[in-house]
Design a binder for this molecule. Structure first.
Ligand code: F6P
Length: 543
C-alpha cells in the first residue's frame, strides 16, 4: 500500500488537508450535506462531518481501484478461495442469496444452504405451534444459546435489537463465558421442562462452549433422573462438526449444519442464527436475510464507487487510520436496543483485520484495523465522551440512530434524537475561548480567573463523525446495517492486502491455557517465566 502511486498522492493531499478544520470545510462548501450523503435501501449515511473534500474521496477511490476492488468483490461473491491460509471460500453472502447456484469445489452450495434453512423453518414452526414440546409435554418457554465469539455476539445483538418481534413471549438467554457463575446463575432461573438449549459452535471444540454445554446437560440429566431419551427434546446444535455433535449426544435430527466457507464472525445468517429464528420467527429471519441481501446487491452492483456505501465507509476509515494516524473508531448507537452492536462490530473488524502480515506472509509497514469500541451513545455521553471532546487524541465516531421507534414514545425519542445530533455538531464545531468567555460574562461570572476557566470550558472541535440513520429498527434494517459493516471490513482488508478471514492470533492463548489448566489441575506448575509460575502457584494454593 505504501509504495503505490496513489498512496503518495494521498500523503501529499493529507499535508494540505490536515490544516483545514471541519468548520473551514463547511464554510467553504455549504452544500456538503448533499454532497457527502448516501441513501441505500433504508440506510442514510451522512459523512459530511469528516475531514474530506471531493479530492480526498477521488484519491481514496483511486486507491481502491488500484487494488481492483470491484473484481475482488465479485471474487468473494462467486466463491473464490480468498481465505488463502485456510484454503476456504468466503461465502456468508450465499447464506442470504437467491442465486440458483454458487459453486465451490464443484459443489453447488445453494442446495445445502436451502435445505438447512428449510429444516430450521420446520423446527421453528413446530416449536412455535407447540408441536415440539419438552419431554414432559410442556411448551418451551426459554431458549438458552450456549456459544462464544461469532456463535454468540451476532445472535445476541440481533435478538436484543429485535425483541419486540419475539414469538410466543419466548425468553432467550446467552451464555458465553466459562465463568461458572454465568451459566449457573442462568440455570437457577430456569425450568428444565420448558428450556431448550442451543449449542452453537462452528468447530464444536471451543473449550468455553463445550464446558458450558456439558454443565447444561448434567444439570438437565440431574433434574430428570438421568433421562437420556429426554435430551432430544431439549438440546439442539448449530455446527460444522457433525461427528462431535453426535458424540456429545445430540440427535442428528436436531443438528443444523453449516460449512467452513462461513467464518464464525460472519455466521449469524447460517445455522448459528437458529436462536434468532426461534426467538423472532422464520418470517422475520427471512426479512433479516433480505435486508442483508439488499446491501449485498448494492455492494456488488454499484460499480460507481462514489455511491457504494460500504466502499465509502471503508475509505473514510482508511483516511483516518493510514493518514491521520488515528488509532480507534467509536461505534455509538443511540437506541438502547442496538447497545450490543459495538461488541458485535468489535469482533467483526478486529478479528478480521487485526493483522500485521499481508496475505502472502510479508510484514506490513502500515497500520491496519483500529481499536473498535463503544456502547450506548446516550450513556457514553455521561461517561467517556469527556475524553472524546477534550482528550489529547481524536477518535472518529460512527453515530447510529433509528429515527422513529413505535416502542418508545415521542418525548423520549425526540430527546434521544436531539442528543445524537447535538453530539455530532459539538464534536465538529467545538467552542472557542472567546465564546466560552462571553458565556461566563453573560452568566455574570464574578471570579478573578475568568480566562483560566474559559480555557477549561472551550472545545477544540474538529472531531469527525459519520451519522448513520434509518427509519426504525426492523429485521430488514438490521440485516442491512450488519451487511454494511461486513462489506466495509472486506474493503479495508483488500486495501491493506491482508486475509480478513482467518484468525490465527487467537490460537496461542488457547494453547497455553490448556497447559496451564493441566498445571492447575495437577497442582504442579510446568516450565514458565517466574511471573506466570507465581500466579499458577497462587491458583493451586487458593483452590
Ligand atoms: O477463538 C476465536 C473463535 O474461533 C472465533 O473466530 C469464533 O467466532 C469463536 O472462537 C467461536 O468458535 P466456535 O463457533 O467454533 O465455537
Amino acid at each position: 500500500m505504501h509504495n503505490t502511486k496513489t498512496y503518495v498522492k494521498l500523503q501529499q493531499h493529507y499535508a494540505k488537508q490536515q490544516t483545514k478544520t471541519l468548520k473551514d470545510l463547511f464554510n467553504q462548501e455549504p452544500d456538503r450535506a448533499e454532497k457527502f450523503n448516501l441513501k441505500v435501501n433504508g440506510l442514510n449515511l451522512d459523512y459530511a462531518k469528516n475531514n474530506i473534500t471531493s479530492t480526498t474521496v477521488d484519491l481514496l477511490l483511486e486507491l481502491a481501484q488500484e487494488v481492483n476492488i470491484v473484481d475482488k468483490i465479485k471474487a468473494m461473491f462467486h466463491g473464490q478461495k480468498l481465505n488463502n491460509t485456510e484454503n476456504r471460500a468466503v461465502l456468508h453472502t450465499a447464506l442470504r442469496s437467491k442465486a440458483q447456484s454458487i459453486m465451490v469445489d464443484g459443489v453447488n452450495v445453494m442446495q445445502p444452504i436451502t435445505a438447512v434453512l428449510e429444516r430450521m423453518k420446520n423446527f421453528a414452526h413446530k416449536l412455535h405451534q407447540n408441536i415440539h414440546l419438552g419431554y414432559s409435554g410442556k411448551n418451551i418457554t426459554d431458549i438458552v444459546n450456549i456459544g462464544i465469539g461469532g456463535s454468540d455476539l451476532g445472535p445476541n445483538f440481533v435478538c436484543e435489537a429485535l425483541k419486540p418481534f419475539r414469538k410466543n413471549n419466548l425468553n432467550v438467554h446467552f451464555i458465553s463465558s466459562v465463568d461458572g457463575y454465568h451459566i449457573l446463575d442462568c440455570l437457577n432461573s430456569l425450568n428444565h421442562e420448558t428450556t431448550l438449549f442451543v449449542i452453537a459452535s462452528k468447530t464444536f471444540t471451543t473449550q468455553e462452549t463445550i464446558t458450558n454445554a456439558h454443565t447444561a446437560r448434567n444439570w438437565f440429566l440431574n433434574k430428570t433422573n438421568n433421562n437420556k431419551a429426554a435430551i432430544k427434546n431439549h438440546f439442539i446444535a448449530a455446527s460444522t462438526n457433525t461427528q462431535a455433535v453426535k458424540e456429545f449426544g445430540i440427535d442428528p435430527d436436531n443438528m443444523f449444519e453449516f460449512w467452513d466457507f462461513v467464518g464464525g464472525r460472519y455466521s449469524l445468517w447460517s445455522a448459528i442464527g437458529i436462536s434468532i429464528i426461534l426467538y423472532i420467527g422464520f418470517d422475520n429471519f427471512e426479512q433479516l436475510l433480505s435486508g442483508a441481501r439488499d446491501m449485498d446487491q448494492h455492494f456488488l452492483n454499484t460499480t460507481d464507487l462514489t455511491k457504494n456505501m460500504p466502499v465509502i465507509l471503508a475509505l473514510i476509515g482508511i483516511w483516518y487510520i493510514n493518514f491521520y494516524n488515528y488509532s480507534a473508531l467509536v461505534i455509538s448507537p443511540y437506541n438502547t436496543r442496538l447497545k450490543k452492536f459495538p461488541a458485535y462490530i468489535q469482533q467483526l473488524e478486529m478479528e478480521s483485520n487485526g493483522k500485521s502480515l499481508d496475505k502472502y506472509g510479508n510484514s506490513i509497514n502500515y497500520k491496519t484495523c483500529p481499536i473498535i469500541w463503544g456502547d450506548s451513545g446516550i450513556n457514553g455521553q455521561h461517561a467517556y465522551y469527556q475524553l472524546l471532546h477534550q482528550g489529547t487524541s481524536i477518535y472518529p465516531m460512527d453515530i447510529i440512530l433509528a429515527l422513529s421507534d413505535k416502542y418508545s414514545n415521542l418525548e423520549h425519542n425526540q430527546i434521544l434524537q436531539a442528543n445524537a445530533i447535538a453530539q455530532a455538531e459539538a464534536f465538529m464545531v467545538g467552542k472557542t475561548f472567546d465564546q466560552a468567555k462571553a458565556e461566563l460574562i453573560q452568566q455574570n461570572y464574578q471570579g478573578q480567573n475568568i480566562d483560566m476557566l474559559a480555557k477549561h470550558k472551550m472545545f477544540n472541535g474538529n472531531r469527525p463523525t459519520n451519522l448513520l440513520t434509518f427509519n426504525e429498527i426492523s429485521p430488514n434494517t438490521i440485516g442491512n446495517l450488519v451487511a454494511l459493516y461486513e462489506h466495509k471490513t472486506f474493503v479495508q482488508g483488500i486495501i491493506w492486502q491482508i486475509n480478513s478471514f482467518d484468525q490465527w492470533g487467537v490460537e496461542l492463548g488457547k494453547q497455553l491455557a490448556k497447559t496451564i489448566l493441566h498445571d492447575i489441575q495437577q497442582q504442579k506448575a510446568s516450565e514458565h517465566d517466574s511471573s506466570t509460575t507465581k500466579i499458577i502457584n497462587s491458583c493451586i494454593h487458593n483452590k
